[in-house]
Design a protein around this ligand. Structure first.
Ligand code: GLC
Length: 544
């Protein structure tokens, strides 16, 4: 599909380019290393743009989101920022960023950066000052509290990455609050100076011309000022992968505190100055009613990820329940960012099994809203197996939960080259697999490959009015295990069937033509009476 066919309204041409866009997530450490240090960088991304847009064989995605590339001691691999308005030398410099942005825009590719407002690094000068004395002007930029009468932490809150949420600072005799690692102190969003400084950081990147911000960990921005203890857990309201102590509490005082919404409205006030800039929320709440409040009726996020999708088993009812109520809550005006994988989750081909990876992709592209593709999933990469002596993820090293390293292994460009063409030096994490064909070079010109499949799905979503703009309705009374979704735009209709059940089935009453199928031999097939599907088959059909 040539880029001239793009009917997506771009930033310069309109305001809601992102509604039905395909967003490709780049985990910068693992995309492409350009300077031989085993870690990916900004120039590396620029050198590999042909994979994404504007070259023959490109995926032709609409936008990229790049994970943090800011100065950081890398305790949480960049999600511990020590300067919001600069580039870590490991990843390049501001000139390299500007070159990348210019090249993206020349190709019609939008670029989204990660904004990490909840916490910074213990090495950020703001925190260094804040901890230097109780009367430092920046003391109140973070959340400092006196010890409990027994000298212990001020309350029972637990950190998501394990242990207490409070770290004692012997020099000043108080505890500071951290939702994640102790080296990621939470900023005090009740302090207007913090807000002003963080809004300046947003302006810094938006003024440079970025097309939007993916905002990290929004649910954790503010807490109950009374520091009331959390009660024991009842329901699955938090990230399933969190440390067990964390999961043992109901996070009613430290997560999703109502003051968060006012801050999100202020984020929106900032981006209002930049027509078309996307505000994309990582609001990790597994209850739809709570998450949709962050759209603030059109004055908050443009889109939030539906994280229920990454927590679902391969089960049609489970997926329907993860999607349908949310769409009902959002109504027609708002869209969702659909996501099945990321740098924090197990990969699609491992979580569901390689035999289901294509059907999962059809589901992902069939859903109304933005489609997010995590780098490497377009090759069908599995999770890597990381030997203990190469573990990197602080979460795993602390022994509090599953490692996120397996989904963060280097992009596999060409297995015929050292380190699959990712780097000339030993990469920071090993490759996921050396299985022949698990690379871009091996798949690019093979019409039967996963890469060709993703390319075709992206092209189809671009031209299919029902998939792009269409309403979305789940179909009842289908055979056991089949998820069916009807998408309708004007007089054009498409249907998506994903067979998550265990035996062959037959579906009657949906005549049409198969446009895309997990079994590619079936594309073009005309269905007049019965559509039969094997387990793990999925199709997109244009209805007659
Ligand atoms: C988000 C990021 C994750 C990071 C955490 C803390 O959930 O996606 O990678 O560890 O925030 O910043």
């Amino acid at each position: 599909m040539a880029s001239s066919d793009v009917r997506l309204v771009t930033k310069s041409g309109g305001e809601r380019w992102w509604e039905n866009a395909v967003l490709y997530q780049i985990y910068i450490r693992s995309y492409q290393d350009s300077n031989g240090d085993g870690v990916g960088d900004l120039e590396g991304i620029r050198q590999r743009l042909d994979h994404l847009k504007g070259a023959s064989g490109a995926l032709d995605v609409d936008a990229i989101w790049i994970t943090p590339f800011y100065p950081s001691p890398m305790a949480d691999f960049g999600y511990d920022v020590s300067d919001y308005c600069a580039v870590h030398p490991l990843f390049g410099d501001l000139d390299a960023f500007d070159r990348l942005l210019a090249d993206c825009h020349a190709r019609g590719l939008q670029l989204i950066v990660d904004f990490v407002p909840n916490h910074c690094s213990i090495e950020h000068p703001w925190f260094v000052e804040s901890r230097s004395s109780r009367d430092n002007p920046k003391r109140d930029w973070f959340i400092w509290r006196d010890p409990a009468p027994d000298g212990g932490p001020p309350n029972n809150w637990k950190a998501m990455f394990g242990g207490d949420s409070w770290e004692f600072d012997p020099a000043t005799g108080q505890y500071y609050y951290h939702h994640f690692l102790a080296s990621q102190p939470d900023l005090n969003w009740r302090n207007p100076d913090v807000r002003a400084a963080m809004y300046d950081a947003m302006h810094f990147w938006l003024d440079r011309g970025v097309d939007g911000l993916r905002v990290d960990a929004v649910q954790t921005l503010t807490e109950n000022e009374a520091l009331t203890d959390n009660p024991p857990a009842e329901g699955p309201t938090v990230k399933a992968k969190a440390g067990s102590e964390f999961a043992s509490q109901q996070h009613i005082n430290d997560i999703d505190w109502p003051d968060n919404i006012e801050i999100v409205r202020q984020f929106r006030d900032v981006t209002d100055d930049y027509p078309g800039a996307l505000l994309l929320g990582e609001v990790y709440l597994l209850e739809h009613e709570r998450m949709v409040r962050y759209y603030a009726s059109g004055r908050g996020f443009d889109l939030c990820f539906n994280f229920l999708l990454v927590n679902m088993p391969w089960n049609a009812d489970a997926f329907r329940n993860a999607i349908e109520p949310l769409h009902d809550l959002l109504g027609d005006e708002f869209r969702i960012a659909n996501v099945l994988s990321s740098h924090d989750e197990s990969r699609i081909a491992t979580r569901f099994g390689p035999e289901r990876a294509r059907a999962a992709a059809i589901l992902l592209f069939g859903l109304r809203g933005m489609t997010t593709v995590y780098q490497g999933d377009e090759l069908g990469l599995p999770d890597g197996v990381i030997p203990n002596d190469r573990l990197q993820d602080p979460f795993a090293l602390a022994g509090h939960g599953l490692s996120r390293d397996p989904a963060r292994t280097p992009m596999q460009w060409d297995l015929g080259q050292p380190y699959a063409g990712f780097s000339t030096a030993e990469p920071w994490l090993p490759l996921a697999t050396d299985h022949p064909g698990m690379d871009v070079a091996g798949q690019r010109d093979d019409p039967a490959s996963m890469l060709a499949f993703y390319r075709d799905l992206i092209a189809f979503k671009r031209v299919s009015e029902p998939l792009r703009e269409g309403s979305q309705r789940f179909i009842d009374d289908l055979p056991e295990g089949v998820l069916g979704i009807l998408r309708e735009a004007g007089n054009q209709r498409a249907v998506i069937f994903v067979h998550m059940g265990e035996s062959r089935c037959e579906i009657a009453g949906w005549p049409g033509r198969i446009a895309i199928a997990s079994d590619r031999n079936r594309e073009g097939e005309t269905v007049t009476g019965i559509l039969s599907l094997e387990p793990n088959d999925a199709v997109v059909m244009a209805l007659s």
